[in-house]
Design a protein around this ligand. Structure first.
Ligand code: AMP
Length: 177
């Protein structure tokens, strides 16, 4: 299933030079979401190695679509990990470094029982900073992050190495950064 899913991701992902800023080769995976067979196939393939998952955390924004698809297939719920300033009320916040400046991911605590086994998903793994902050955030909220899955990882940016000391990493394909 992973091989078939990988070929769908490769065929449907659009590569957009200089977006959102000069020098960035943006991987637009939204055509994968728009194709019903491809979407269902990649959701199944992303979660395939992870047998004991009790909830799926999606990283804003494309991770939300993937988390929703996987969660419905597995009969699980979704945790939405949001960018700073989007959630009302009590939030946990985890800052991380960007190439220039800082960003933060946020989560509403207390939505699921302590120790819930959570699979973390996003569209693209680049430096791993967003995923690493998300894993720390989920663990601060009392959950157990059991794996990270993404459609694509970008070569040479160190994302996989950064995460692998903490949890298993599963991607459907790799691409030049
Ligand atoms: P990073 O924290 O460096 O691993 O970046 C991962 C986050 O940024 C993910 O949420 C991706 O959606 C987004 N991202 C980073 N680089 C790209 C890229 N070249 N194309 C599309 N999305 C990207």
């Amino acid at each position: 299933m992973t091989e078939h899913a990988a070929s769908l991701v490769e065929r449907l992902t659009a590569v957009v030079p200089d977006f959102p800023k000069p020098g960035i080769l943006f991987r637009d995976v939204t055509p994968v979401f728009a194709d019903p067979v491809a979407f269902s196939t990649v959701c199944g393939a992303l979660a395939e190695p992870f047998t004991d998952v009790e909830a799926v955390a999606g990283i804003e924004a494309r991770g939300f679509a993937l988390a929703g698809g996987i969660a419905v297939q597995r009969g699980r719920g979704v945790l939405t990990v949001r960018k700073a300033g989007k959630l009302p009320g009590e939030v946990l916040s985890e800052q991380y470094a960007l190439e220039y400046g800082e960003a933060a991911v946020e989560l509403r605590p207390g939505q699921l029982p302590e120790g819930t086994r959570v699979l973390v998903v996003d569209d693209v793994l680049a430096t791993g900073g967003t995923a690493e902050a998300t894993i720390t955030l989920l663990e601060r909220a009392g959950y157990h992050a059991v794996g990270f899955a993404a459609l694509l990882e970008l070569d040479g940016l160190g994302g996989r190495a950064r995460l692998e000391g903490r949890l298993p990493v599963h991607t459907l394909g790799a691409a030049p950064a």
